[in-house]
Design a binder for this molecule. Structure first.
Ligand SMILES: Cc1cc2nc3c(=O)[nH]c(=O)nc-3n(C[C@H](O)[C@H](O)[C@H](O)COP(=O)(O)OP(=O)(O)OC[C@H]3O[C@@H](n4cnc5c(N)ncnc54)[C@H](O)[C@@H]3O)c2cc1C
Ligand code: SF4
Length: 498
């Protein structure tokens, strides 16, 4: 007799033909409570997944809680490390699942889908967490630049420790790329609003439409606040710089997604080509279908097995979901010219690539230029990456900020830059460039900021833990800190790169 069924509870998808008709119909059918209990009961409790998670969330802890239907504890366990449980329940690339010991056998535990159930079935986090604001003997002010997931996570952990937080946000909304980039059919807007509102409810102030460097000088922050957290994300588009890029109908994906997610209607015509193979390319492709395109092709320079995120269950899921909606994949291609008619793009010219093993990391695409290929297009969307724009930092401070050879900010293990009191996290510092990594940066930075404030004498003690939920701590992986860590924060030019 079998006591435990180790086969994964299948995650069903809503009908692809129906979902491409709207911008907000979700893809995945939520689990029922019975399905969540069955799925979380498969967990062996080995803990491998904790190492897979950038924030080291106690994943087995919330499986054990859910196996007995204890949804409130499951939420509190997540909240020891993550104030965006519903966001991550929808769109986390779930590297924990790739580490799951059951991955090669009957399928990894569906940790993300379980998280989605937990968060969606608890509408009032405040009521569940019963946060006790810690008294650290002072209420200094900290400025956060950018209200994306990284900035808001820092606002959360600092405000529940009695720190006054002012968040400066260039746009009119909280959420960063979650709200301006990721489409609603993958991430419902109510989820972002619920979690951002919950964070702000602990007293942080957000100044919208306030771009640092334009509306407020950066020096105001360094002069008036005890510490500054930079979480401005990557908002400067990287173009591929080929002939015809200025034609009408050619967009960078970031601009395209921003405009659609802010209510603009764009006529993409029938034939759309997307250039790129990451998160952004998939979103641009799937949105184009929802805007009425009949044929959407994704052109990527590497092969399917060299695409971003491969191998991972998230990369498989992206491909499957887009494939169900009939996105066409054209691997190993290098576009080299866009040709227009009357100022509007009409044809995309490309070469096929040969993949060459250089012995250094992923295989490199080398275009075979002896033969040209063309496709007719009405719209081209370049999802070819984006970078940080730190031009708002004055020269005298920028000179003291250590950077990597590729221009990324260098931070220590508490995410402090080489300029004392300026911390940084999210896409501008981490390599993975996803929400959970930005959240993890912000947890470390929140501890670092508290240690720094203690060093400055602005607070009289640091808390034992970042969180203080009634009856907690709920997980052994919660953020614990000790004053003995203090010297680490002294200005140090040989800061550690994690
Ligand atoms: C299309 C797309 C899809 C993605 N899909 C996923 C996914 O499915 N799962 C996942 O985990 N990750 C995904 N990502 C990555 C994820 O969105 C980012 O890793 C994450 O949003 C980074 O968080 P952040 O807080 O560092 O920056 P951001 O989210 O970029 O937020 C930065 C904020 O700072 C503001 N800002 C910038 N400059 C200034 C200034 N000078 N003054 C004031 N405010 C400023 C911006 O307006 C913005 O609100 C996706 C990214 C893209 C582009
Ligand atoms: S790796 Fe898989 S089986 Fe092991 S504790 Fe994590 S979720 Fe459970």
């Amino acid at each position: 007799m079998k006591y435990v069924d180790y086969t994964r509870v299948p995650i069903k998808h809503f009908d692809a033909d129906k979902r491409v008709k709207t911008l907000d119909m979700e893809t995945l059918v939520p689990y029922t409570l019975d399905e969540v209990v069955a799925e979380s009961s498969r967990c062996l409790g080995c803990g491998l997944c904790i190492q897979g998670c950038p924030a080291r969330i106690d994943v087995p802890g919330y499986q054990i809680a859910m196996a007995s239907g204890n949804i409130e504890d499951a939420l509190k366990i997540n909240f020891e490390k993550l104030p965006f449980v519903e966001v991550c329940g929808n769109v986390c690339p779930h590297p924990c699942e790739d580490a799951c010991i059951l991955d090669d056998n009957k399928g990894p535990i569906a940790t993300r889908h379980i998280k989605k159930y937990i968060s969606e079935n608890l509408p009032d986090y405040k009521e569940v967490l019963k946060v006790k604001i810690q008294d650290l003997g002072g209420h200094p002010s900290v400025a956060v630049v950018g209200a994306g997931p990284a900035g808001l996570t820092t606002a959360f952990y600092l405000s529940i420790n009695g720190i006054k937080v002012d968040v400066y946000e260039a746009t009119d909304k909280s959420g960063g790329v979650m709200v301006h980039g990721i489409p609603p059919f993958r991430l419902p807007r109510e989820a972002i609003k619920k979690e951002a509102d919950h964070i702000i409810s602990y007293g942080s102030r957000i100044f919208y439409n306030t771009k640092i460097g334009k509306d407020v000088a950066f020096e105001k922050l360094t002069n008036e606040y005890s510490a500054v957290y930079l979480s401005v994300g990557n908002w400067k588009p990287t173009r591929i710089k080929i002939q015809g890029e200025e034609l009408k109908g050619v967009y960078h994906a970031l601009d395209f997604l921003y405009r659609i997610n802010n209510g603009e209607k764009i006529d993409v015509g029938s034939n759309v080509a997307i250039i790129g193979g990451g998160f952004t390319a998939y979103d641009a492709a799937r949105i184009s279908l929802r805007l009425g395109a009949k044929r959407v092709a994704m052109l990527y320079r590497r092969s399917a097995t060299d695409r971003p995120g491969y191998p991972s269950s998230n990369a498989d899921e992206e491909l499957e979901e887009a494939g169900e909606e009939r996105v066409i994949f054209d691997w190993e291609t290098s576009p080299f010219e866009y040709v227009g008619e009357n100022g509007r793009v009409k044809t995309l010219k490309y070469w096929r690539n040969q993949m060459v093993d250089t012995g250094k990391g992923r295989r490199q695409p080398v275009p075979l230029k002896d033969r040209e290929y063309t496709i007719e297009v009405d719209t081209i969307i370049e999802a070819t990456g984006q970078r940080e724009d730190l031009s708002f930092i004055p020269q005298d401070i920028a000179e003291k900020l250590a950077t990597t050879p590729t221009g990324d900010l260098v931070v220590n293990q508490y995410n402090m830059t080489s300029y004392p009191g300026i911390f940084a996290g999210g896409d501008i510092t981490n390599k993975r460039k996803d929400i959970i990594s930005g959240v993890a940066d912000s947890g470390r930075a929140s501890m670092g900021i508290l240690l720094y404030l203690k060093e400055l004498g602005k607070i009289t003690k640091v808390p034992q833990r970042l969180t203080n939920y009634e009856g907690g701590p709920y997980s052994t992986t919660c953020y614990e800190m000790e004053e003995k860590d203090l010297p680490i924060l002294s200005p140090n030019p040989t800061v550690i790169k994690y």
